[in-house]
Design a protein around this ligand. Structure first.
Ligand code: NAP
Length: 267
C-alpha cells in the first residue's frame, strides 16, 4: 500500500487526483494539505470524495506527523516549492505537478534529494501523449531545424510560457545548433510580437477560457511543414501519468525532472 498526502485537494487537479487515488486499490490517501478546513476530514468537505483523511493547514506538521510515502503537490509555484523541500527533509517522496518552478528551485531540490537519498519527480506535464509529442519533436528537430511552438491554456494559468513548452524547446535545442530563425533584419513593431525566445526558438502563449492544455510544434522547410500536436481535453488526461509517477518514484533515490526522463520512458 502506498500512503499519499495530497496538497491542493480542492483545486481542479487535486480533485481529479483524489478520485484517481480512491479508485486504485494500492493507493491510500492519508492526509491533505489545504489552506482551509484544518482538522476536518476530507469526507466532510463538499465536492471532495468521501475519504476519511485529515486536513492540515500547516504543511510542516502534516509532513512531520503523518506516516506517508508520497507527497503529491498540485498547488502554486512558491507553495509547491516549500512543500517539496519539506517533504524531502522528511524523506517523503514528492511527485510534483505544480508548474512554474524556477531553475534555481529545481537545482536546489535536486541537490537536497541526493543528500536525503530520496526519490522525487517534478513533471510540468503528466499527459503521456504530451511526453510523446515532446519526444517526436526532438526526433524531428534533427531533420527540420526551423521550428516554433504554440501553446494554449485556460485563462487561470499564471505562468507563461508553459513548463511543457519550455521543456519541448530545451529538448529540441539538444538536437539542433542554436539558430536565429526568420529574416536576419526582422524587427518587432509591437514588443513581444514574435513571442518568447529560447536560443532562437520562438514560443507563443495563448490564454483563453474553455481551453485546458494544448500544444502544437510546427517545423518548416522548403515547400513543407510538419505539425506535432497534443490536446489535453480535461484533467483526467493527467491521471495515468500521475499514477505512473507515484509507482516509479518509490524505486528512485534522486530527483527526476520531466516525466519523459523516468525509467519507464527511457527503455
Ligand atoms: P487550481 O484549480 O487553481 O488549484 C490550485 C490549488 O492550490 C487550489 O486548491 C488552491 O487553494 C491551492 N493552494 C494555493 N495555495 C495553497 C496553500 N498555501 N496551501 C495549500 N493549497 C494551496 O489549479 P489546477 O488546475 O488544479 O492546477 C494546480 C497546479 O497543477 C498548477 O500549478 C498547474 O499549473 C499545474 N498543472 C500541472 C499539470 C501537469 O501535468 N503537471 C497539469 C495541469 C495543471 P485555494 O482554492 O484556497 O486558492
Amino acid at each position: 500500500m502506498t500512503n499519499i498526502i495530497v496538497a491542493g485537494p480542492r483545486g481542479q487537479m487535486g480533485q481529479e487526483a483524489l478520485r484517481m487515488i480512491a479508485r486504485e486499490n494500492h493507493f491510500k490517501l492519508v492526509a491533505c494539505i489545504d489552506r482551509k478546513y484544518d482538522g476536518k476530514s476530507v469526507a466532510n468537505i463538499p465536492s471532495l470524495p468521501k475519504i476519511d483523511a485529515p486536513i492540515f493547514t500547516d504543511a510542516k506538521t502534516c509532513l512531520e506527523q503523518v506516516d506517508a510515502h508520497i507527497l503529491l503537490d498540485l498547488t502554486i509555484p512558491d507553495v509547491g516549492y516549500k512543500h517539496t523541500k519539506l517533504a524531502l527533509q522528511n524523506k517523503i517522496r514528492p511527485v510534483v505537478g505544480t508548474t512554474g518552478f524556477t531553475a534555481e528551485h529545481i537545482n536546489e531540490l535536486t541537490t537536497l534529494a541526493k543528500q536525503q537519498k530520496t526519490g522525487a519527480i517534478i513533471a510540468p506535464n503528466f499527459a503521456i501523449g504530451a511526453i510523446l509529442m515532446m519526444k517526436f519533436s526532438q526526433m524531428a528537430a534533427k531533420y527540420f531545424p526551423d521550428v516554433e511552438i504554440i501553446e494554449k491554456h485556460h485563462d487561470q494559468k499564471i505562468d507563461a510560457p508553459s513548463g511543457t513548452a519550455i521543456k519541448t524547446a530545451e529538448m529540441i535545442n539538444e538536437q539542433r545548433t542554436p539558430k536565429i530563425q526568420g529574416h536576419p533584419s526582422a524587427y518587432e513593431t509591437i514588443k513581444h510580437a514574435r513571442g518568447a525566445d529560447i536560443e532562437g526558438l520562438k514560443i507563443h502563449s495563448m490564454r483563453l477560457p474553455g481551453l485546458v492544455a494544448h500544444q502544437e510544434v510546427i517545423f518548416g522547410s522548403e515547400g513543407q511543414t510538419l505539425s506535432i500536436k497534443h490536446d489535453s481535453l480535461n484533467r483526467q488526461s493527467f491521471m495515468p501519468g500521475i499514477k505512473l509517477a507515484i509507482e516509479q518514484v518509490i524505486e528512485l533515490d534522486e530527483l527526476i525532472y520531466g516525466l519523459e526522463n523516468i525509467p519507464y520512458f527511457r527503455n
